[in-house]
Each structure stands twice: as C-alpha cells, then as structure tokens.
Ligand binder design. Structure first.
Ligand SMILES: [Zn+2]
Length: 394
C-alpha cells in the first residue's frame, strides 16, 4: 500500500517536473516575444503573428516527451521553424541557444535581461564600431563625428561568449566579449574579472605618425593626454624617467598600457649617458625597465637617451633599441600650445617620430589639439614599435 502510494507520488512529481518544463518553455516564449515587441505587452496579437513563421519552445535536448510537447505547442507551424534549445549556464544567467541564435535569460528563465550600458559600456561600443569600420576600410572613420557620437546600435544575442552588436547607420556588425561588458552592465556572466583592452586595427598602407612624450610620467598632465589618445583610437609612446615612478605613476602607466600605449626607458635620473661608465649607464637605463617589469610584468623594448646623447656600447648591453626623433615639436622651448601645434603641422609628414614632453601644460594642450587634427587628416597615430613592425614587414 505504502509502496503504491510512493510510486504514485513519484509519478506525480515526474508530471510536475514535466509541467515545469512546459511552463518554463512558455515563459521563455513569452520572454522572446516581449523582446521582439520591444518590451510592449501585446503578447497575444504578436504571438499569433509570429507563430505562423517560427515556434520556439524550451525542452531538454534529446527528450522525446519534451519534443512532443514542443510539437503540440507549435501546432500548425512548419517543422523546420520549430526550434529546441540548449541551456548553457552563464554566471547568473542562462544562454538559450537554439542554433540560429542565442539569447541570455535570467536564472529563473522567465525573462530576457535588458542590457543597460553605462559610460564605459558606451565607450566600448564606440571602440568596437571604430574598429569594425577601420577593418572594413570605411572612409567615415575620418569623420570626427564618428568619434563623438554614440551611434545607434542593436544587440542580436550572444555568439561564442560575445555580444553580437550591429550599427545599422553604418551597416557594420561586431562582436564584443561579454567578459568586457559584465562590469559596466553590472551583470555577472561568470567570467573572471578582466581588464578591458580596446580592439585596435592599423592599416599598414595608410598614413602613420608617432607621437612620443619624454620626461614623464606626470600624474598631473599625462592622464589628460592618455584620455585624448583613447578617445580618438590613437596611441603614443612614452619615454619615462624612473625617478618619477611613484606607486600612482606606475598604476597610470599600467592603465595606459592596457589602452595600447607603449613605454620605453628614458633612464632613472636623466643623465648624459656618454658621461657615465658603461655599467652606470646600463643601470640608469634598466632601472625603469625593472620597475615596470616587477610591478606588472611589462617589458620595455625601447629606450631614448636623454639629450639624444647615445652611449652605443652601454645601450647595446641593455638589449633595448634606442629611438631618437625626426621632428622636434620644440615644446620645451616654445611653451605655447598654438605655436607648438603650428610648428608640428609645418614639420611632420607620414612616418615621422615627433618629440614632446608630457610635463608641461602647453605640450598637453598642443597634443590634445593635434590628435583630432591628424585623425581628421587620415593619419593613424601608432606606437614606435607598431611603426617599426610595419616598416620591417616591407
Ligand atoms: Zn628628456
């Protein structure tokens, strides 16, 4: 008697479970329709129309019972437009993958979460739009408005851990790793905390310029410059002095490296290397190198000797490549933003390496003007190592 009761209870539980699958399926169908309706609740009307084309029901893959349920729910719909799902856990969410597309749903499987991008998320969307446009060789990249506007975008579900985004005005599509977006969206997709590194595309056939900045880092002036570079998908090379590397300054370089900027040694204390013994000169060059390496594993490839005074033998011992400049902005003597801008515009041509110092407000003022100017003129502002790699590949 008790055994029979137990069996009946078990069967009942089983039925409840199947019932829940169907319920979950219905909730997901409702969720998808809500999405298609832009969140409006015209469920019935829209669903009826949609059902003529597609039917999407969740049932466990390979479950014959679930498939029967799906068929009955999708009665009258063509077999090939009936989809089944795989549910993939994504942190606090599930990915509902039905082959043709995949959507995130909440853990309760009853809702498609709305993606609300904050300021950082908007910047990431813009970075990817610029990247896609450059890769597609689209001329509107040269328009500054492209960098200023928050272009209209649409999201199209998830593919391989990346959010599929399109920008209808530009006819472009991109994929942004969810790992980069989870912090800004305040959603946990189950990825370990990962710092954002913007995508970057350089056309080796295009015009190239290197902006280089000596004598920093300056926690007072460099951040404004780094922000301007980021805004215009530009990169620069910084030759830094070890004596300026406070904890705060090291963190500044680390953030800047994530954005793609390059760091080289400008020695520890800015001496004339030709007046030092080789061993002292090597120590001068390698101290900032070791500081960044021990702080976050960064390995400099380049160095710039103070005053352009090259101690060939000592530099050779460090293994770093000495980089001088082809255009001097004269920022150290002019100390006037507009005059520095004028001087650089008159002197610089493609593939020049321009010398600045990011320790004067007037140098920053000039650079912040020159960055959008050169972007508008169709130049790509690249690091010295990027320029050298392109030149070496010819
Ligand atoms: Zn210097």
């Amino acid at each position: 008697m008790a055994a029979k009761k137990r069996r009946r209870r078990r069967r009942l539980r089983k039925e409840i479970r199947y019932g829940l699958y169907v319920l979950a399926g219905l909730l997901i169908v409702w969720g998808l329709f809500s999405l298609l309706n832009g969140g409006k609740s015209q469920y019935g009307k829209e669903a009826a129309r949609y059902k003529q084309k597609n039917c999407i029901v969740y049932y466990p893959k390979g479950s014959a019972y679930g498939k029967e349920q799906a068929k009955s729910l999708c009665e009258g719909v063509e077999e090939k437009t009936v989809f089944d799902y795989a549910l993939v856990p994504y942190g606090d969410y599930y990915l509902v993958d039905y082959g043709k597309a995949a959507y995130l749903v909440t853990a309760e499987k009853n809702d498609i979460p709305e993606l609300v991008f904050g300021a950082e998320g908007q910047q990431i969307l813009r970075d990817y739009l610029i990247y896609e446009a450059k890769e597609a060789h689209r001329p509107e990249v040269q328009q500054l408005s492209f960098y200023e506007e928050n272009a209209a975008y649409e999201t199209h579900g998830v593919r391989d851990g990346k959010l599929v985004v399109s920008w209808p005005d530009y006819g472009l599509e991109g994929e942004i790793p969810l790992a980069y977006l989870q912090k800004d969206l305040q959603m946990n997709f189950g990825y370990p905390a990962q710092e954002y590194q913007p995508p970057h595309f350089v056309d080796p056939e295009g015009k190239l310029l290197c902006l280089t900045f000596d004598d920093g880092p300056s926690t007072q002036y460099s951040p404004q410059l780094i922000a301007a570079l980021r805004k215009y998908d530009a990169r620069a090379t910084f030759f830094i002095c070890g004596y300026r590397l406070t904890k705060e300054a090291i963190e500044l370089t680390r953030q800047s490296v994530l954005l793609g900027n390059e760091y080289g040694s400008h020695t520890q204390s800015h001496p004339n290397l030709t007046e030092l013994s080789n061993s002292d000169a090597v120590a001068e060059i390698m101290t900032p190198y070791n500081d960044l390496k021990s702080a976050y594993g960064y390995e400099m490839k380049l160095m710039r000797p103070p005053y352009g005074a090259v101690n060939q033998e000592a530099i050779a011992q460090t293994g770093l490549t000495p980089i001088l400049w082809t255009v001097d902005s004269l920022d150290w003597s002019l100390r006037n933003g507009p005059q520095i801008v004028e001087n650089v515009k008159a002197e610089a041509e493609s593939e020049d390496i321009i010398l600045f110092h990011d320790i004067y407000d007037t140098s920053i003022e000039a650079a912040v003007d020159l960055i959008p100017y050169y972007i508008q003129e169709g130049y790509q502002l690249v690091t010295v190592s990027e320029l050298r790699a392109i030149q070496a590949a010819r």
